[in-house]
Design a protein around this ligand. Structure first.
Ligand code: FAD
Length: 461
């Protein structure tokens, strides 16, 4: 097994797979490391092994996922499933696989780590039976598990609408859809509506799905604030304020979702520059159209460089691979530009249309501020109230709060609390969130045993 590759791709989602296919076709030795047991990423997770029922439900997504995965498996790239990248240094990628870690040397690293569901702490979100809508989607795709109904869905974003549709199609009753979005946001998006014409098929499909969900019968509440969940698995009450009234709905399971945010810990560790998305309130790895970051030898593709969905992820993967080939001397600049023309054009269309979605589903900042009793750091069991006491004493940075409270030091390394902590600091200090440095990413990005670290195989220099 080689320990040197022209290209090491982190993540086998649509972006990573598309990059690997293009890079190997153009002659680069390519390794793809993926944490999950198979390729696919979030949207095409388990597409290869989907049951006939799931195939019917996911339809087009599953079919094109299968096709992409088939091409990827046959492309000649070396694929390491269940391989977690926990560290990065110039020229080396540290990967844990089967209880062993090794350092892979690569001429170029492409980070395609995708996105994750935005964690938004509300009182009761840690109760068993309360989970992310995206997490429920993962359980459905990977294990054919479905939540116990009736289900209450709470939050905002296109994936929440899709979840309602999936549940109904699977015969799981939905007791209510409680959205934190507002009709005002939809009105604000009206001037951008013509952008839908840039992706007519996409918006027609999503629009039809949304109409089915909205007319589908389950009670819907919008503009929800002060959300609280009480009860226990199988018997929950969700209380919230909307239009000046306090309401409550019951369900056996509660699914939360407030959009997805780029998974940027690897790009942060690599030292890449990040930009701030004001409407969606998240950081993303800054890159040009070829996926080049501020760090030489490190490129990005897909949602970690800004959430644009699967079509854009595939295009960005192909473009990044083309540029790596150019840098490796396999392509001239003119050939790279010619081969990338169609994908660059389609990215322009997707980006313009995405502004419409980002406005319709804009995140209301107050929704991201947790109530005092909400557990914010799940690993260290710290509530927002406890953290605010430290903030009142003058702490004004996420890393400072981490040092004082241990928030962000647990096994998840701040993935779950980082956003809420930054929002709370911005509110308490008056410093704009975009001026606050997020938790510093450190190796290992994922928990690693001392045994594994001590026995790590280092490549020959
Ligand atoms: C929970 C969830 C569900 C989603 N479902 C849908 C959907 O049904 N339909 C839709 O249109 N969009 C969905 N999305 C949006 C989706 O992320 C994008 O449309 C698309 O999948 C992005 O492709 P990508 O290749 O950039 O990233 P992803 O598909 O997210 O792939 C990234 C891959 O990188 C791997 N990875 C991450 N970090 C590491 C590491 N350190 N080491 C090794 N591997 C790593 C991940 O396991 C993952 O497989 C979902 C997003 C989330 C978060």
């Amino acid at each position: 097994m080689s320990t040197y590759y022209d290209l090491c791709v982190i993540g086998a989602g649509p972006a990573g797979m598309s990059a690997a296919i293009r890079a190997t076709r153009l002659g680069l030795s390519t390794l793809v490391a993926e944490r999950q047991p198979g390729p696919g990423g979030q949207i095409f997770r388990s597409a290869e092994s989907a049951s006939p029922e799931l195939l019917r439900l996911l339809g087009h997504d599953c079919a094109r996922g299968r096709k992409l995965i088939r091409t990827f498996r046959a492309c000649g790239a070396e694929f390491w499933p269940e391989a977690t990248v926990w560290g990065l240094e110039p020229g080396a990628v540290y990967v844990s696989r089967g209880g062993r870690s090794r350092a892979v040397r690569a001429g170029h690293v492409l980070i395609a780590t995708g996105a994750m569901e935005r964690p938004v702490p509300v009182p009761g979100w840690t109760l068993p039976g309360v989970l992310g809508a995206g997490a429920a989607d993962v359980l459905l795709k990977s294990s054919n598990l479905r939540p116990e109904g009736p289900v209450v869905l709470v939050g905002n974003g296109p994936l929440l609408v899709q979840s309602v549709h999936h549940l109904k199609a699977l015969g799981v009753p939905v007791s209510a859809l409680v959205t934190t979005g507002s009709n005002a946001a939809a009105l604000r998006a009206l001037p951008l509506a013509p952008a839908a014409l840039l992706r007519p098929a996409y918006f027609a499909a999503k629009g039809a799905l949304a109409a089915r969900v909205l007319l589908g019968g389950a009670p819907r509440y919008s503009g929800a604030r002060d959300i609280r969940i009480t009860g226990r698995d199988g018997d929950f009450t969700v209380t919230f304020r909307t239009g000046g009234r306090v309401r409550s709905v019951q369900g056996a399971t509660v699914l939360l979702h407030e959009g997805v945010v780029p998974e940027t810990r690897a790009t942060q560790l690599a030292g890449c520059r990040h930009d701030w998305h004001a409407k969606q309130r998240h950081w993303y790895a800054a890159a040009d159209v070829w996926g080049r970051t501020s760090v030489t030898g490190v490129s990005v593709a897909g949602d970690c460089a800004g959430v644009l969905g699967a079509d854009a992820a595939m295009a960005r993967g192909r473009l990044a691979a083309l540029n790596v080939c150019r840098e490796a001397g396999r392509l001239s600049t003119a050939r790279r530009d010619a081969l990338g023309r169609a994908d660059r054009l389609s990215l322009v269309r997707i980006r313009a249309a995405q502004r419409l979605l980002d406005t319709v589903f804009a995140v209301a900042p107050e929704v991201l501020l947790p109530a005092d009793e909400a557990v914010v750091c799940r690993c260290e069991e710290l509530t927002a109230g406890e953290l605010r006491t430290l903030l009142a004493a003058g702490c004004a940075s996420p890393d400072g709060l981490k040092a004082q409270s241990r928030a962000g030091m647990g096994p998840c390394q701040g993935r779950m609390c980082g956003q809420a902590v930054a929002e709370m600091i911005a509110q308490a200090s008056g410093i704009p969130l975009e001026d606050l440095a997020p938790y510093r990413a450190r190796m290992p990005l994922f928990p690693l045993s001392f045994d594994e670290l001590a026995e790590m195989a280092l490549p020959p220099l």
